[in-house]
Design a protein around this ligand. Structure first.
Ligand code: HEC
Ligand code: HEC
Length: 461
């Protein structure tokens, strides 16, 4: 009996063990499966996948076209109201004044897209046989739709009758492959040569600005003259702050519109998302016709001008912007930060610099690789980075956004930080040293600057 009982007892045990063994094996299999997918081979796209891929391609194509060529109806301001096209044409071509020669246009940072020019013209340009002192040449270039970010409209006899601007006016440049300012387009690159203030000042009629700001023409011109190349004030039409209290310019540097995928808040002061900002600029700055709404800007204390003019709630008709925001958004997210050219930085120093960036320099706490901004609410109080709050206080956030750092090498002119206050990357590093008392040695600082020039890292998209 005892034996049998024992037997029955011992029968139970292996069963339990067996069950336990099975569940451990199952658990191991599950864990293994989590570490390593059953198959890493790419799967053939399903019908649903194909719809997404086709959509992505179409959005990029449409977005590129909008980014480069869509004025959103902004000719109502730039041409019809400001009459800027007349100043470009000059008296001899039915306009006003001396006109703008290609040489002058290039000197204020306008760029020419070589891919829009016929081959014989490119050959003549290369041979120096094109008259770059004649405004008629500028009109011919406009007719070819080759001036980056500017579209001119001509009547039947071929006389210029208006003009509008595009996103690419400020956020594209060219690779200078034909001559300085003439080459293939580089979308998303900030045009740090573009002197927006000098261009707008040419307008025969500045009344739209004097009316909006409630000041005289001399004051408006003084503000425009303060900006200089690569700088523009996208908040002037909301708060009317033409200059800082210390008398310095109040504009911000034109930032890149590349390397933005995965980044939460945009603009130097984190106004909002990419489509938020595109609507803000398309309506408020370019003066396209369409819809923009942001009740935060209906605040007579912080934004006296927009509270007065109603530019926080615009319902232009027919809306020429809203339907374009999805593709425009998509296109900007598709543009990667450009990789640094070979030999443009010292790779060994950059590797050492990375260690400092992620360690002793504490940079990576805010500039989290590989985004180089924080996943999440990527904003900081001005005091955290030891700068004044003037520009932050012109934003509903009162903060500065942790700038993403990919492609820094491609915009080293006009300085760094929102207003270009630091001339070089070495100066930026020096600022952090004095702000955060990091105890970095001179070689460590130099390595850090070299690392900044190396971004985006080769392994990144
Ligand atoms: C007249 C020049 C100008 C034009 C035209 C312009 N922008 Fe900008 N853009 C700027 C400036 C200056 C800023 C920075 C504003 C700020 O931080 O206050 C900016 C900011 C941005 C940002 C934020 C980038 C970042 O760092 O996250 C994006 C995206 C952008 N612009 C896209 C566009 C698009 C799309 C258009 C066309 C609808 C456009 N811009 C038209 C000058 C311009
Ligand atoms: C507390 C968060 C924080 C830390 C830590 C930090 N940064 Fe920044 N960084 C910012 C913010 C915010 C800005 C934008 C400031 C502005 O525009 O005025 C910025 C801007 C920059 C810029 C300018 C980018 C441009 O396009 O002009 C560089 C370069 C930079 N940081 C590098 C570094 C380095 C190197 C370190 C480490 C020594 C570092 N940062 C540490 C938050 C931080």
């Amino acid at each position: 009996m005892k034996h049998t009982g024992g037997e029955s007892h011992t029968y139970g045990k292996p069963t339990t063990l067996f069950v336990t063994a099975i569940s451990i094996a199952a658990l191991c299999a599950l864990l293994l499966a989590q570490q390593k997918p059953a198959s890493t081979a790419p799967q053939a796209p399903t019908t649903a996948d194909k719809i997404n891929i086709t959509n992505a391609q179409r959005m990029v194509d449409q977005g590129r076209h909008i980014f480069r060529f869509d004025t959103f109806g902004s000719e109502t301001l730039w041409g019809d109201a400001l009459q800027l096209h007349k100043a470009i044409a000059g008296e001899e071509n039915g306009g006003i004044g001396p006109g703008v020669s290609p040489k002058t246009a290039l000197s204020v940072g306008l760029k020419v897209d070589v891919d829009a020019l016929p081959a014989d013209l490119v050959a003549s340009l290369k041979a120096g046989k094109v008259n770059l002192d004649d405004p008629a040449t500028t009109l011919a270039l406009l007719k070819l739709n080759s001036v980056v970010g500017v579209t001119a409209f001509f009547d039947q006899p071929g006389k210029i009758k208006s003009m509008g601007i595009q996103c690419s006016f400020c956020h594209s440049t060219v690779d200078d492959s034909v001559a300085p300012g003439i080459g293939h387009r580089l979308d998303g690159w900030p045009n740090r040569d573009l002197n927006v203030g000098a261009i707008v000042s040419l307008a025969p009629n500045l009344k739209p600005f004097t009316d909006m700001l409630g000041v005289d023409e001399t004051t408006v011109k003084k503000v425009f003259a303060s900006w200089g190349p690569g700088c523009f004030d996208a908040e002037l039409d909301k708060d009317g702050k033409g200059l800082r209290p210390d008398g310095k310019r109040a504009c911000t540097l034109i930032p890149p519109a590349y390397g933005l995928a995965g980044v939460n808040l945009h603009t130097w002061t984190g106004f909002g998302s990419v489509p938020y900002w595109n609507a803000y600029v398309g309506i408020g700055e370019m003066h396209g016709v369409g819809t923009f709404f942001d009740a935060r800007l209906n605040d007579a204390k912080q934004f006296p001008v927009s509270a007065k003019t109603g530019s926080w709630n615009v319902r232009g008709k027919p809306d020429q912007l809203t339907a374009k925001l999805p593709a425009l958004h998509f296109y900007q997210l598709a543009i990667p930060a450009p990789a640094p050219p070979k030999g443009s930085f010292n790779a060994e120093a950059a590797a050492r610099g990375r260690t400092t960036f992620e360690g002793k320099g504490k940079c990576a706490t805010c500039h989290v690789p590989p985004l180089y901004t924080e996943p999440g609410n990527n904003l900081h109080a001005p005091a955290e980075v030891c700068v004044d709050s003037f520009q932050a206080d012109r934003s509903p956030t009162h903060m500065y956004r942790t700038a993403p750092l990919g492609g820094l090498w491609s915009h080293q002119t006009r300085g760094f930080y929102h207003d270009g206050r630091f001339a070089t990357l070495n100066d930026v590093v020096g600022h952090y040293e004095s702000c955060m008392k990091l105890g970095l040695t001179d070689p460590e600082k130099a390595d850090l600057a070299e690392f900044l020039k190396s971004l985006p890292a080769a392994s990144q998209p």
